[in-house]
Design a protein around this ligand. Structure first.
Ligand SMILES: [Zn+2]
Length: 271
């Protein structure tokens, strides 16, 4: 059944009532790490003006933190909002919040092992979400986490064929979490992808390499028949290579910090 009318009423105002406390309990360290994740994902071409990254609260597992509704490259500590697992804010204070925040809460509900979620529309991945003949799969050693196939969430199964393709309520978020299952990555038909991990840094790494693997796979398939990673190689590359995530994080954060500083200066000149 199409529920877009409900979506308009619920989500498109982009604002929601704060919990009575009106305050965030997230630590400065957690918030700073999430700000850096936003900047890296923008700088690496995974997020543009759209898409978002969250991290589960490290003291209250039924909460998560996520930026307010804004471009990730511009996010600062004061823009981070704490949410309950149903997507209700604690300290939005009337500021607009992301329409698709339900992606995050419903995955945290379904997957206690998941500590961070990245939702993006990175452009090389989207073709695999609509292809009827090609599944996104691990093509290079850095992307073993993708495995030998990728599930695709079909929103029409939940919202009919007149829908915005956005995850604008908990029911749709639940459907997406079901499609993800126990995997690290789910594609969303005609929309993008969502990748998860047991840490924020690993989720950022996976989001970057999801996009790169899609580029590599598409290029390889242009050449003809492709040899993909086997099940055994998938397991072993994740076990060995994902111990190196911090090297990527440290390098990417330096580069992203410079980009974010330049963006903030340009923004201040416009105001
Ligand atoms: Zn989206």
């Amino acid at each position: 059944m199409c529920q877009d009318k409900n979506h308009e009423q619920q989500g498109f105002t982009q604002k929601a009532q704060d919990h009575a406390s009106g305050v965030s309990t997230a630590s400065a360290e957690l918030i700073a790490e999430l700000v850096t994740a936003n900047h890296i994902l923008y700088d690496q071409g995974v997020l543009d003006a759209f898409g978002h990254v969250s991290v589960r609260h490290n003291q209250y597992p039924d909460r998560f933190v996520l930026a307010r509704n804004m471009a990730p490259g511009l996010v600062q500590a004061e823009d981070i909002v704490e949410f309950d697992i149903d997507g209700n804010p604690f300290n939005a204070a009337g500021r607009a919040i992301y329409l698709e925040r339900f992606i995050h809460g419903e995955i945290y509900k379904a997957r206690p092992d998941v500590m961070a979620v990245v939702h993006s529309h990175s452009p090389s991945v989207v073709p695999f979400s609509v292809s009827k003949t090609s599944t996104l799969r691990a093509t290079c050693h850095m992307a073993g986490f993708i495995g030998t196939s990728t599930p695709v969430f079909e929103i029409r199964h939940y919202a009919g064929d007149t829908n915005s393709l956005l995850i604008t309520n908990n029911e749709l978020g639940h459907g997406l979490a079901q499609s993800l299952g126990e995997r690290s990555l789910v594609l969303m038909r005609g929309h993008g992808s969502t990748v998860v991990a047991d840490s924020l840094r690993r989720a950022v790494y996976r989001a970057v390499y999801t996009e790169l693997n899609a580029q590599i796979q598409a290029a390889a398939q242009q050449l003809g028949e492709v040899t993909f990673l086997s099940e055994g190689e998938v397991t072993e590359t994740v076990r060995v290579i994902e111990t190196q995530v911090t090297r990527a994080w440290d390098f990417w954060s330096i580069k992203a910090g410079a980009t974010a500083k330049a963006l903030a200066e340009q923004k201040s000149q416009l105001v």
